[in-house]
Design a protein around this ligand. Structure first.
Ligand code: NIG
Length: 392
């Protein structure tokens, strides 16, 4: 089955050889892959055609950082935050309690709703983490539930030390029996390296334990202040260091000289009263930058990648094409994937059609829902919620 998407006013492929110049452009999907891109007038015949009437088309968002296996609500914590109480990661324990108390079916249903919410806004590849279980059984069930619903799963047993144990004892568990129990359901291991969570030595130990089990590394680092997160991530060969808000010059230089992607979470920094992440500094230094939502019930309860793009432009000094690249190709690099984040021939057919003539509108019209249509792996994704997703 082939499908022709034609009448494209502006096409973003991230293909150095890809079509450019004046449109209209077209894309042909064959099954779940991109089969052809070029000028509409040159397009081959297909089984089915859709005319997008001058709208902009870009790759689906690659959201490489979310925490969506959770139960409970932290609206009260957020209300206190906007009234002046600073964000403290200790709120994670509130979600741990609610998540442990929830049924598997409830956790899976909540995850599905959030994944569908993200997809309606153009997210076609999504990573999510464990980290609100913090017992062997609760981390394993989070990993299994996630593995059934999303593209990429990360083990974040090292989120916080749970109540009732010591950091040393908990690290032994995370790097031993807990890791053994989750390893088959996850591709990545992550650690929250921050004052009040885990220090640099602990983070290095978690990355090494994961690597010994064949897992790629990721680090939550430099979120609330400067610290060793970036240095540990780079030294440990992590695929990404996420947050990267408070960076010393040495951190920027280390990232620029490494393969570790700086995954910036500007909606989280906005929500927690942190300064905007130093995207311009990182790009100018030559680091690879990704943008991700950090959707979670505490520090950042949004699945909107369009908001992240708008903030990266309006607050962090990126151009619109740089921000779009970071939210698509950058996310794919952070997940070490070649099949998503671009529209080169052979890519997974993940397309995002905007109700706008150009991607500039993403920053020029912040807050406006601009997703007109979405394809994921060659199939149309509903962009309005079905009745099963409307909560009482
Ligand atoms: O990425 N930094 C640690 N973890 C999450 C926060 C999760 C929460 O507050 O529940 C984050 O912001």
């Amino acid at each position: 089955m082939t499908e022709l998407i034609t009448g494209i006013g502006e096409l973003t492929t991230h293909d150095p050889e890809g079509p450019d110049g004046p449109g209209p452009f077209a894309v042909v999907i064959d099954g779940d892959r991109i089969a052809w891109t070029g000028r509409a007038a040159d397009a081959p015949a297909a089984d089915h055609a859709v005319d997008v009437d001058g709208r902009a088309v870009l790759p689906g968002w690659v959201d490489s950082h979310t925490h969506l296996v959770f139960a409970g609500d932290r609206g009260e914590e957020f209300a206190q935050r906007v009234a002046g109480r600073p964000y403290a990661a200790g709120g994670i324990r509130t979600t741990v309690d609610a998540t442990r108390a929830a049924s598997d079916a409830d956790l899976a249903a909540r995850l599905r709703r959030h994944v569908a919410e993200a997809a309606r806004q153009g997210t076609t590849c999504l990573e999510t983490k464990t980290g609100y279980g913090l017992t062997v059984a609760d981390e394993v069930r989070a990993a299994r539930i996630a593995a059934a619903e999303v593209d990429e799963v990360t083990f974040l047993g090292a989120h916080l030390t749970p109540t009732g144990t010591t950091t040393d004892a908990y690290l032994d568990l995370v790097c031993g029996p807990m890791l053994d129990a989750v390893a088959d359901d996850v591709r990545w291991i992550d650690v929250f390296c921050e004052d009040g969570a885990f220090d640099g030595d602990a983070a290095a130990r978690v990355l090494a334990a994961g690597a010994a089990r064949g897992l790629g590394g990721r680090v939550h680092g430099n979120q609330l202040g400067r610290g060793p997160g970036v240095a540990v991530a780079v030294a440990g060969g992590a695929a990404s260091v996420d947050h990267a808000t408070h960076l010393a010059d040495a951190d920027v230089d280390a990232l620029a000289a490494s393969d570790t992607v700086a995954t910036l979470l500007p909606a989280c920094d906005l929500s927690t009263g942190q300064p905007p992440p130093p995207a311009r500094r990182l790009v100018d230094a030559g680091a690879t930058v990704a943008l991700a939502s950090n959707a979670n019930p505490g520090s950042c309860y949004t699945t909107s990648m369009a908001l992240c793009v708008a903030l990266a432009v309006l607050q962090c000094g990126l151009s619109v094409p740089e921000a779009v690249r970071a939210a698509t190709l950058g996310g794919a690099r952070a997940l070490r994937r070649d099949d998503v984040g671009h529209l080169r021939v052979g890519a997974r057919a993940d397309l995002h059609v905007l109700d706008a003539p150009t991607v500039v509108h993403l920053a020029q019209r912040p807050g406006v829902p601009l997703t007109a249509a979405v394809w994921r792996a060659g199939r149309r994704v509903p962009v309005t919620p079905g009745p099963e997703e409307v909560r009482p």
